[in-house]
Design a protein around this ligand. Structure first.
Ligand code: DX5
Ligand code: ZN
Length: 223
């Protein structure tokens, strides 16, 4: 199998140095990041608490690239407007955390943002199959959400391939985003499976050379 694709790279600030967040954002942007991934966790849907709209708004003041905001929160509907006002460009929710996914996605788009759905490792593609018309991004979680630096779950690769086929057959323009354990080591197989966007936290921010890692990740799209 071969691929020749311009992958988008979305570094996750979860692994950035929060005492220097502005500098870190500028650094990944200078290193060629396409989007900036922001992990919002509520301590309820996932066992960790991270960032709210205030930090998203602060990131917006320095970022020149789209803010890719990943809501790992229960009942995200209450916060869609708040994250829109804070400056989110792409807003991704978990179908496991909302009762009426179609309504949630429609509201995200009505507010003028791109709409995403993120699937936990145990959630099937059936969860998004009937709402493809409302989606700009489907995110496959390749770790159980909650923390950076976890190991990639390789059994998610067939799921990515199946999603690629589902989207291609649908004719909709939907990006496949992969989140969790993405590194120069795991990237080639993920790219071959049909991914369009890579989230990478520890791989980018844990490296002394952000550009080198971002280039390497993007290079996985050209094998
Ligand atoms: C995990 C988050 C990820 C995380 C990825 O719950 O959604 O975005 O930051 O971190 P790495 O790339 O270190 O697996
Ligand atoms: Zn994420």
């Amino acid at each position: 199998m071969e691929t020749n694709k311009n992958l988008l790279i979305s570094p996750s600030i979860l692994s950035a140095d929060f005492t220097r967040l502005g500098e870190e954002i500028r650094a990944v942007e200078d290193a060629g990041a396409d989007w900036l991934h922001i992990d919002v966790m509520d301590g309820h849907f996932v066992p960790n608490i991270t960032i709210g709209p205030m930090i998203v708004a602060a990131a917006k003041r320095v970022a020149g690239i789209p803010l890719d905001v990943h809501l790992m929160i229960s009942d995200p509907d209450y916060y869609l407007e708040g994250f829109h006002e804070a400056g989110a460009d792409i807003l991704t929710v978990h179908p496991e955390a909302t009762h009426h996914l179609h309504r949630t996605l429609t509201r995200i788009r009505d507010l003028g943002m791109k709409a995403g759905a993120a699937l936990n490792p145990s959630t099937g593609l059936e969860a998004v199959k009937h709402v493809l018309a409302e989606l700009d991004v489907v995110m496959i979680m390749t770790v159980s959400p909650g923390f950076g630096g976890q190991s990639f779950i390789p059994t998610m690769l067939p799921k990515v391939r199946e999603l690629r086929a589902m989207i291609d057959a649908s004719g909709y323009d939907i990006l496949i985003e992969i989140d969790g354990g993405v590194s120069p080591k795991t990237a080639p197989d993920i790219a071959l499976s049909g991914a369009d966007v890579f989230v990478a936290g520890s791989a980018v921010f844990g490296s002394p050379n952000y550009k080198e890692v971002i280039d390497e990740l993007r290079g996985a799209g050209r094998q």
